[in-house]
Design a protein around this ligand. Structure first.
Ligand code: NAG
Ligand code: NAG
Ligand code: NAG
Ligand code: NAG
Ligand code: NAG
Ligand code: NAG
Ligand code: NAG
Length: 527
């Protein structure tokens, strides 16, 4: 008989050997679709996991402290199609970091404080269609090493530090580019030479989104002879005069869809004067949308004489939209008194379905209209752009006032949202409408018996004010909630926690991202 010590000496290595023979484990990641989709969000990875099958096509590594991407870091995953590196604290990306990823079509780098980007950082990505580099400290497109990405369709560099509108010459190598999002940067001027390259590519079918840049000058005729599919300028001008001269500067542009205006509550222009739109007469426009600028509807009649050939005009303004919301409110109030419970279901049914068949919303968002800008610019952008992409049900675009309610729609609508996000703010507490919606959400939670309410607290709230809403106060003090902080660390923690909360119970499908994009249409009121 072996002495116990020797026995242990034999058994331990043997056990270690046997454990090596066990089928490979992909811990700590979650296997969503075997051999295809792995989800490794926030599992404290310092390096790319090597125990995931090389056949993986979709990999979510978001919220891990990867910090540094070196040469050929992903070469073990030649089949990758979608790679999410959101908020991985990545500060440097070396040359050939994505070497071998010839099938990658979507790369998400949102929320990384990138300081060093090798000139060959994106080399090899011969099939990349969508690059999301929101909040990555990018200060210029000129040095962004993407000139070889011939297949690129969508480039999102919103929320960065870009000062110049200069569309670099390398764009002439990107003939498939359809969407360039430069919103929320630091662009002040647009000069003729900035858009020179667009003259060289007459077939380009490009939509430009430049909202939320503090533009005060557009050089006259800078856009003369240029054709765009779309151009969006919201919250760009801080006075009617600046708006007027900038619109005159657009003379000669041919654009299928032009969107001008502001966001509902971030209004820079106090006294809108329709004469500031005169310059539009020198543009060729297919569809025209004006949001939250014009307070008086009778202003609009003669405004558009020179837009006679425009196929669609829509105006969203304080008088139109809020009137309809108001009337919904009044009608609701009456209905509530009579059929409170029934109405709860109706309201939720107001969110029309995305896409076909079974698709659902990840969350129904309840917020005060005063916080709509935050919802649009932060919540929607961060949640609908990521992988997995979350689909939100928002009343400003998904809610159909006065929709016919049949019992089966109620059933359907009721089951369409997995969660409810409640955006709590000073405005929220003061708004009866929100409290009302919130009560509905509670009913919903009660009925569906799913633990579904996520609270987001936007600002520090005065306790006394909060206490007036007894029920809300009780819930907030009893539950954990997410507090929004607008700084790098605060954002990181916030989005990580929120995504985690939303992922709970979500079926993971990257294709859903494509569906969501088809449904970005805003609820507008046509005149
Ligand atoms: C995953 O890949 C392995 C190795 O290629 C294979 O043995 C296994 O059958 C695959 N599993 C599925 C579900 O396709
Ligand atoms: C990338 O590769 C380098 C060296 O090959 C390694 O030091 C680093 O940890 C890798 N990074 C990640 C995030 O795996
Ligand atoms: C141009 O791009 C828009 C989307 O931005 C798309 O709907 C349209 O079909 C494209 N047109 C062509 C001719 O490719
Ligand atoms: C408008 O913007 C200019 C600079 O772009 C700034 O100097 C000015 O104070 C702003 N005016 C208002 C009313 O915000
Ligand atoms: C609008 O601007 C035009 C020219 O700048 C001016 O003549 C007109 O009085 C203004 N209208 C209002 C209502 O301020
Ligand atoms: C349209 O362009 C012409 C020539 O550039 C200019 O004289 C005219 O003032 C412009 N009209 C408007 C309304 O800006
Ligand atoms: C509208 O189109 C017609 C035919 O193309 C053209 O003759 C007319 O000048 C256009 N009107 C305006 C205001 O652009």
């Amino acid at each position: 008989m072996m002495p116990p010590l020797r026995l242990a000496g034999t058994l331990i290595p043997a056990m270690a050997f046997l454990s090596c023979l066990k089928p490979e484990s992909w811990e700590p990641c979650v296997e969503v679709v075997p051999n295809i989709t792995y989800q490794c969000m926030e599992v404290n990875l310092y390096k790319i996991p090597d125990n995931i099958p090389s056949s993986t096509e979709n990999l979510d590594l978001s919220f891990n402290p990867l910090r540094y991407l070196g040469n050929r870091n992903f070469s073990k995953f030649p089949e990758l199609q979608v790679l999410d590196l959101s908020r991985c604290d990545i500060q440097a990306i070396e040359d050939d970091a994505y070497w071998g990823l010839n099938h990658l079509s979507t790369l998400i780098l949102t929320g990384n404080p990138i300081q060093h980007l090798g000139l060959g950082a994106f080399s090899g990505l011969s099939n990349l269609q969508k690059l999301v580099a929101v909040e990555t400290n990018l200060d210029s497109l000129e040095n962004f090493p993407i000139g070889h990405l011939k297949t690129l369709k969508e480039l999102n560099v919103a929320h960065n530090l870009i000062h110049s509108f200069k569309i670099p010459g390398y764009f002439s190598n990107l003939p498939n580019l359809e969407y360039l999002d430069l919103s929320n940067n630091k662009i002040r001027n647009i000069f003729h030479e900035d858009v020179q390259v667009l003259h060289q590519m007459p077939l380009l079918n490009l939509s430009l989104e430049i909202s939320l840049n503090p533009i005060d000058f557009i050089q006259p005729s800078a856009f003369n002879g240029i054709r765009l599919y779309g151009l969006t300028l919201r919250n760009n001008f801080n006075s009617t005069n600046i708006m007027k001269t900038c619109i005159q500067g657009l003379a000669g542009l041919e654009v299928h869809q032009l969107v001008l205006g502001e966001f509902r509550n971030e209004r820079n222009i106090e006294n809108f004067n329709k004469s500031s739109l005169e310059g539009l007469c020198n543009l060729t426009i297919g569809e025209f949308h004006l949001a939250f600028l014009d307070d008086s509807p009778d202003n609009t009649i003669d405004l558009f004489n020179c837009l006679a050939n425009v196929s669609a005009i829509s105006l969203v303004s304080k008088t139109t939209i809020s009137v309809s919301v108001l009337s919904v409110l009044v009608v609701s109030a009456v209905v509530v008194l009579v059929y409170k419970f029934y109405f709860h279901l109706m309201l939720l049914a107001g969110c029309k379905k995305y896409g076909r068949g079974e698709s659902t919303y990840d969350a129904f968002v309840i917020y005060s209209s005063q916080d709509e800008d935050w919802v649009r610019n932060e919540l929607v952008r961060n949640l609908e752009e990521g992988v997995p992409s979350f689909q939100l049900c928002l009343h400003y675009r998904d809610f159909i006032p006065g929709v016919a309610i049949a019992a089966n729609i109620i059933q359907e609508g009721f089951h369409k949202s997995r969660k409810v996000i409640v955006v709590v703010s000073q405005h929220f507490i003061q708004s009866r409408w929100c409290i009302f919606e919130y009560e509905i959400a509670q009913t919903w939670q009660f009925l569906s018996s799913r633990a579904g309410i996520i609270f987001i607290v936007l600002q520090k709230l005065e306790k006394s004010l909060l206490q007036q809403q007894v029920e809300l106060y009780r819930l907030l003090s009893r539950n954990t909630y997410l507090e929004w902080e607008d700084n790098a660390l605060g954002r990181h923690i916030f989005w990580r926690r929120l995504r985690k909360a939303l992922l709970d119970g979500k079926p993971w499908s990257p294709e859903a991202a494509a569906d969501a994009e088809n449904c970005q249409q805003e609820a507008t009121t046509a005149t």
